[in-house]
Design a binder for this molecule. Structure first.
Ligand code: COA
Length: 180
């Protein structure tokens, strides 16, 4: 499934269109962009078109493009949704590096969280990142996620092992601050 349009002050989440596959070819070809992603391979145009088709047809994913300043800059999603137990896992990538550090991920995560709890009736979202990915950790914490553990030396990247930081946000923890 694709998510609907969600408008923030810095970023808009929108469903992908036919021009978007090519953007991932560029973004995932850049080792700086994939540095803290679990993936480390580039993609081809056809592969990415296939992914966007598959994720659009999936009933356990909700996927959005991120747009800022009138252009697509990345993507985010809720994945592996278990509708019975009402949880899913989340991820984000901003592929246009000049858009890093402007608060875009922080706002996108907040919009995604609100949609998950208020529109999809999910109970909990989980996420994870390389422990040293401070921007990602900070943005997740601001969106209401809390650390639930660290898998030590779980990920291999750039010649060494890295800790894997795990976090969750429960709807019951997220709701009260929204009411204030
Ligand atoms: C990680 C990523 C999503 C962060 O997006 P972003 O829009 O740059 O993040 P924000 O601007 O919302 O910043 C979030 C927080 O991190 C801080 N921050 C941003 N860049 C930072 C850096 N290089 N070092 C330390 N802190 C940083 C910000 O100040 C902010 O914290 P604050 O509000 O407490 O001051 C983005 O850099 C990205 O997509 N990177 C490549 C893919 C990736 O790593 N995805 C995440 C995998 S889980």
């Amino acid at each position: 499934m694709y998510g609907p349009v969600l408008v923030g002050t810095k970023v808009t989440l929108r469903p992908p269109d036919d021009s978007d596959a090519a953007r991932f070819v560029e973004w995932f070809g850049d080792l700086e962009v994939t540095r803290y992603l679990l993936r480390r391979f580039a993609v081809g145009q056809l592969q990415e078109e296939g992914f966007l088709k598959t994720v659009g047809e999936s009933t356990t994913d909700v996927f959005w493009m991120l747009e800022a300043g009138g252009r697509p800059i990345g993507a985010t999603g809720i994945h592996q949704i278990d509708w019975l137990h009402a949880h899913g896992t989340t991820g984000i990538v901003i592929g246009v590096k000049s858009e890093w550090r402007k608060g875009i991920a922080s706002e996108a995560m907040q919009l995604r969280t609100e949609y998950a709890f208020r529109q999809l009736n999910l109970h909990k979202l989980s996420s994870s990142t390389f422990a040293e990915n401070e921007p990602s950790r900070r943005a997740l914490l601001k969106a209401g996620y809390r650390e639930v553990g660290v898998e030590r030396e779980h990920l291999y990247r750039e010649g060494r092992w890295h800790d894997h930081w795990l976090c969750e946000v429960r709807r019951d923890d997220w709701e009260p601050p929204q009411a204030r």
